[in-house]
Ligand binder design. Structure first.
Ligand SMILES: [Zn+2]
Length: 376
């Protein structure tokens, strides 16, 4: 593992970028979508199946893994890649966001966040230093800075003090991460929906220097219009020669709009979680497989989709196994949704490389406007 982590920008179309992130564990084609493997598994999927959908990288959650089975246990068992049988790159979040959304009795100080586990009530402390240690124990390829992220809307004073705390924590994260060839540390821009604060945050991060940069603090309840307004200026404040990651986003139209505005990497539980609740993403919008209209439908979920759900089964079967609460329902719909997301990313990469992103975007929206195929 001597290869360095690097980003190669290959083509642009407007603000949209297409490239490759090189890591010792393999290349990540960007724009990239990272399926979420919260508890060392992408729910209902084998790692080899996730790979078959076209995923180059997975995301793991520090908060969940530190509580159960613990980072120390995973390290003693050879690290997260070996533990979950995924040999490609893994990005881990810092735990900060999920502590604030899931843990109990949280207390935020300059030092970090103390909290009680939502699983067994045990007491823990997350700091920039502890987050770096956990992500090192997991063996993460892309490590995220420990930060604090206010929900939107928030007033400017709150956004400013939170952003400044996150920038002090970014420096502490950088210091604690140290020099680890082949592993990357990403800084996280904060500042909410305030352009001036976003600029200050970007400046602070650039001074520290990171291997990549995330646009944080979005997808926290602000809605797509405000998110896109922030993305009209925020990515351009970050270095062009490093990957840009929009955390926790999103719906297919969020991804298209964010790629158009210069984002390279995404993660979201939506395709896998929706698969378990009977929702399927297609080029003609969302299909609710539980609806009675599918019970006699011999056609595939989505014509032309190469996934096992579409190549081997009818809508009628998918409807039946969902209603019967069979495990294969979650497996097939998750496989389809992850395939849909990866094909969407591949289509965007091709469109940017051919300088045809505007045509792609028009076709994407036209397909969704059509709605689902007529009932049989
Ligand atoms: Zn499919």
């Amino acid at each position: 593992m001597t290869q360095r982590f690097s980003y190669q920008l290959q083509s642009t179309d407007g603000q949209a970028r297409q490239g490759i992130v090189h890591t010792p564990r393999g290349d990540i084609r960007t724009p990239a979508f990272m399926p979420v493997g919260t508890a060392a598994t992408v729910k209902a999927m084998m790692p080899s199946s996730v790979r078959e959908t076209g995923a180059d990288i997975l995301l793991g959650n520090t908060y969940h893994l530190m509580l159960r089975p613990t980072a120390e246990r995973i390290a003693s068992l050879g690290g997260l890649h070996r533990f979950m049988n995924w040999d490609g790159p893994i990005l881990t979040d810092s735990g900060g966001f999920q502590v604030m959304s899931l843990a109990e009795l949280r207390k935020l100080t300059e030092e970090g966040v103390s909290f009680r586990s939502h699983i067994d009530g045990s007491r823990h402390m997350l700091t920039p230093e502890r987050s770096m240690e956990i992500q090192r124990l997991l063996g993460s390829d892309i490590v995220m800075c420990f930060d604090e992220c206010p929900a939107l809307p928030a007033d400017r004073a709150r956004l400013e003090s939170s952003m400044q705390l996150s920038m002090r924590w970014a420096q502490r994260s950088r210091d604690a991460f140290g020099d680890r060839p082949g592993h990357a540390l990403f800084g996280i821009q904060q500042g909410g929906d305030d352009e001036e604060l976003r600029g200050q945050s970007a400046e602070a991060l650039r001074a520290i220097e990171f291997d990549g940069y995330a646009v944080g603090g979005l997808a926290v309840g602000e809605g797509q219009e405000i998110m896109f307004r922030v993305l009209d200026y925020a990515p351009a404040m970050l270095p062009t020669d490093k990957p840009r990651y929009l955390m926790g986003v999103g719906k297919p139209d969020d991804l298209v709009g964010a790629v158009k505005r210069g984002i390279d990497m995404f993660d979201c539980v939506l395709p896998s979680r929706s698969g378990r609740t009977g929702q399927a993403f297609t080029a003609r919008g969302v299909v609710n497989i539980k609806n009675a209209r599918h019970q006699d439908d011999p056609r595939p979920l989505e014509e032309g989709c190469p996934c096992p759900a579409c190549s081997g089964y009818s809508r009628a079967y998918l409807h039946h196994v969902f209603r019967a609460k069979e495990i294969i329902s979650s497996m097939l719909l998750t496989w389809h949704n992850l395939t849909y997301y990866q094909r969407l990313m591949a289509d965007m990469r091709a469109a940017i490389a051919e300088q045809k992103f505007a045509e792609f975007e028009a076709k994407f929206h036209a397909g969704r406007a059509q709605g689902d195929v007529e009932p049989v």
